[in-house]
Each structure stands twice: as structure tokens, then as C-alpha cells.
Design a protein around this ligand. Structure first.
Ligand code: URA
Length: 245
């Protein structure tokens, strides 16, 4: 008989090896070229651990730090943001105004205090002849919007606050106006109430040896909800202006 290669009948059940049920003989008794060696996949070196923010910005200029903030992945907030908000304002800086964290509008536009709170802040500043463009630099403790405007978590504050401290060191403002309980407590390292922090000058001592006077006031978002407190906020602004001479 002539030997002819016969195509296996795909519809026929594969013949099982006696005593090895289920394994077709055509597989076990396979002849032909040995199986090709599996190509070695070089194990990828794990990425280097991220450099902590404080280390990464130690010698950064304001412009360099701006770019670092925009690309920052030091905490989980980077996953939900549209834009990180570095801050904005004039130099030399008379006042550094520090809020909590970007809200929805700030996240969209990449600029601090551009929503309704921002309009009120501008009006408050202009009532003491200060202008966002000319005299003040406005920023936040947290540079990315927490989802749903929730309170920032301790690890997010820890990851982000070196940016604020470096901004203070570089801008050397004459005065810091800190808005709201969260920002005041974070900057001053206290859990005292806003009521007890208002009405007096605090001194912020920086690692660079600067001592910067800090005035605490209400957050504009709170003033929008409680307009009767605007008179107290006005007193805070007068305090800030008076001590500057
Ligand atoms: N609230 C803040 O604390 N900061 C902003 O930039 C906007 C709203």
C-alpha cells in the first residue's frame, strides 16, 4: 500500500492512550521537531521608588516647582484631577493667601479661587486695597481637588504640604492670610478652633529661618453660607493691613 499522509478526521474522537485517559496518543507520541524553546523574557527592573516631594523640590525655583506640581503623583488625588492648581499671583508678594484645596471650577481651570468663593475673596481683598494680580499670591494647602470636595486625608496633606512650605520660602511674603479651619490648622500645626485662632497674629517659623506673620480668617465659602460673619472677616483683614503699616 502506498504510504500517504492522511488528514486526521477532525470529527472523530482523538484516540486516548491506554491507561492515560483523556490524553490523545497523537499528542503524547508526537514525533517531529522538538518544541521551540520559550524565549526568555527579561524580567523588567521595577521602577525606582518615587522621590518624596520634599526631596524633589529641595532646590526648585518657583517655575520648576510649578511644573512638578502639574505632573505630581505623590498621592492618590492625581488620579481624579483634571488640573493640579499650583497657585497664582504677583511678585514680589505682599500677602500669601492660603486656602484649603481646589474645588470643581479650580480643577477645571487650573487656577485658585475662581468660583464663587474666589469672587468674594477678590471683593474682600479689594476692600483693603489689595489686588490678586498686583499684591497677593493665592494658593492652597492641597494642590489637587479631593473627589466630591471631601476633606483631604492626612497622607494627602503630608504628601502635598512641602509644596506650600517651598512656596513660602521662595515667595517670602510679608504676611500670610490663611482661610478656614483646615488650612489654618495645617499651616500652624494645631487643632485649635478657628474662633480661637482669629484675632491675633501668629508667627510661622520656616526651616530657612524666616518668621512670617500669619492672620487667620474665615473661608469665603463659609462666609457665603453665613454672611453675618463677614463683619468679623473684615476685622481680620484690618488686622492684617494694620500690622503691615
Ligand atoms: N476653596 C479653596 O479653599 N481653594 C480654592 O482654590 C477654591 C475654593
Amino acid at each position: 500500500p502506498t504510504a500517504q499522509a492522511q488528514a486526521p478526521d477532525a470529527s472523530a474522537p482523538a484516540e486516548a492512550v491506554p491507561g492515560r485517559p483523556g490524553i490523545p496518543a497523537s499528542i503524547l507520541n508526537r514525533s517531529g521537531p522538538p518544541p521551540r524553546p520559550v524565549p526568555k523574557v527579561e524580567a523588567e527592573a521595577p521602577p525606582p521608588p518615587p522621590v518624596p516631594v520634599a526631596e524633589a523640590i529641595r532646590n526648585a525655583t518657583l517655575e520648576e516647582m510649578h511644573d512638578q506640581v502639574l505632573a505630581c503623583e505623590a498621592c492618590g488625588l492625581c488620579k481624579g484631577r483634571r488640573n493640579a492648581v499650583f497657585g497664582h499671583g504677583g511678585q514680589p508678594t505682599r500677602w500669601l493667601v492660603v486656602g484649603e484645596a481646589p474645588g470643581e471650577q479650580e480643577d477645571r481651570q487650573g487656577q485658585p479661587f475662581v468660583g464663587r468663593s474666589g469672587q468674594l475673596l477678590d471683593a474682600m481683598l479689594s476692600s483693603v486695597s489689595m489686588s490678586r494680580e498686583r499684591d497677593v499670591f493665592i494658593t492652597n494647602v492641597i494642590k489637587c481637588r479631593p473627589p466630591g470636595n471631601r476633606n483631604p486625608k492626612p497622607e494627602e496633606i503630608a504628601a502635598c504640604s512641602p509644596y506650600l512650605m517651598r512656596q513660602i520660602a521662595l515667595l517670602k511674603p510679608e504676611r500670610i492670610l490663611v482661610l478656614g479651619r483646615f488650612a489654618a490648622q495645617t499651616l500652624l500645626g494645631t487643632d485649635a478652633t478657628i474662633g480661637s485662632l482669629r484675632g491675633r497674629i501668629h508667627q510661622l517659623k520656616t526651616d530657612e529661618g524666616l518668621e512670617i506673620p500669619v492672620v487667620v480668617s474665615y473661608h469665603p465659602a463659609y462666609l457665603l453660607r453665613s454672611p453675618s460673619e463677614k463683619a468679623r472677616a473684615w476685622q481680620d483683614l484690618r488686622l492684617a493691613v494694620a500690622r503691615l503699616g
